[in-house]
Design a protein around this ligand. Sequence first.
Ligand SMILES: Cc1cc2nc3c(=O)[nH]c(=O)nc-3n(C[C@H](O)[C@H](O)[C@H](O)COP(=O)(O)OP(=O)(O)OC[C@H]3O[C@@H](n4cnc5c(N)ncnc54)[C@H](O)[C@@H]3O)c2cc1C
Length: 456
Amino acid sequence: MTDTAVDLVVLGGGSAGYACAMRAAELGSSVVLIERDKLGGTCLHRGCVPTKALLHAAEVADEIKEAAAVGLRAKFDGVDVDGLHQYKNAIVGKHFKGLTGLVASRGVQVVAGDGVFAGGRSVNVGDDTYTGTNVVLATGSYSKSLPGLAIEGRVITSEQALELQWVPQRALVLGGGVIGVEFASVWASLGAEVTIIEALPSLVPAEDPWVGKQLERAFKKRKIAFKTGVRFSGVTQDESGVTVTLESGESLTGDLLLVAVGRGPATEGCGFAEAGVEMDRGFVLTNERLATNLPNVYAVGDIVPGLQLAHRGFQQGIFVAEEIAGRGPIVVPDSRVPRITYCDPQIASIGLTEQQATDEYGEVETLVYNTAGNAKTDILRTAGGIKVVRAKDGPVVGFHMVGARIGEILGEAQLIVNWEAYPEDVAPYVHGHPTQYEAIGETMLAMAGKPLHVHS
Ligand SMILES: Cc1cc2nc3c(=O)[nH]c(=O)nc-3n(C[C@H](O)[C@H](O)[C@H](O)COP(=O)(O)OP(=O)(O)OC[C@H]3O[C@@H](n4cnc5c(N)ncnc54)[C@H](O)[C@@H]3O)c2cc1C
């Protein structure tokens, strides 16, 4: 039984928690970081990194299948599942080692164990108590299911999907959001027949509706089936497969059902509610500066309502460390956080949808640039486009992009939106040719009234 007093106690060592711990240590604080599993959390071990490794393998499979179209002889001969996992796990392992070293090098004291917030400014781990001048809650999220839908056997979440030792021939995916369409894309590339079931009227319903339409068109071409506006009613399974029934009475069969219906806050059993932290359906409520209702207690990452993204967690963690150090960091609202979905084709967006912009600014102007006019897009043999939204005669407030590897060019769009640039400001700057980011330059030229490679 020990009592340890430090400047900062961080509960949860995922993206948000470790970013906060490291920044606070850089700023001179003594920091304890409590983690019950592995530093890096969901993103490194069960989220961003392993899924993107699988998506890259899927992209390579597609490239091989399409080799003849670029004048090469190659044959896709199937998936070496062990090799696939080795590739994925090696990347995760390397980054885990790197992160562990980084955290140690900053002088952060990592405590292994299950932490329970004890109220005040203390966290208990077993019989030991860690008290900070400030406490940051960062316990992350878990895969949700639907009432009555048990995760077992052939009914899996992204966690089991990442460790699957076989490639499904027929995969059913419940939920057409980010995680659902990413796994659908992987399995389709690896040879599965995939059907996505989405209750809302389109795939990726959180995006501008134009994006959903582009993705649906691309998925149709890739023969990824989807049923939108339909509700799940039940599932049965046996040794040979799963059968999902929909409220419409229709039923679908597959080798497995991936449940990708969102992620809930991992706050149960952490002592937050008991200690008087203001919560809403398990999420921790904060003000815009990430302070909870309790003095000197902050929350960051997926437990704070809003976008559940690793880089939002990094930003929030750094923000709180700087806030505590009295540095007055700027607030970055969720609408200014970049969003990328890594299916094929990728989706990348920043800022407001057309509807949100209209609600905020009254009148808006939009422009859709078809990347068919972009040579690099053609070289990559992809298709898609960029939709730009600006306030009428005002700054650019939203970029919505669809296309292979399009996430790689979101950086410029992010700067344009975050710096509230006008198309007229950006248009004079030169973009390298032939690149996909050149398409952003084309949108700015067109919006500034001087279109170049734009087909009407
Ligand atoms: C399949 C999938 C793909 C994703 N892909 C992307 C992507 O491409 N890009 C992106 O930006 N985001 C992606 N995400 C989301 C991203 O992983 C999360 O937004 C991010 O991990 C949230 O960070 P966090 O620190 O809030 O929580 P977490 O990463 O969940 O970390 C919380 C940590 O707290 C620990 N913990 C919890 N309770 C306790 C306790 N009581 N005591 C001690 N430790 C505790 C947990 O073990 C965990 O390590 C993906 C998520 C999934 C599931």
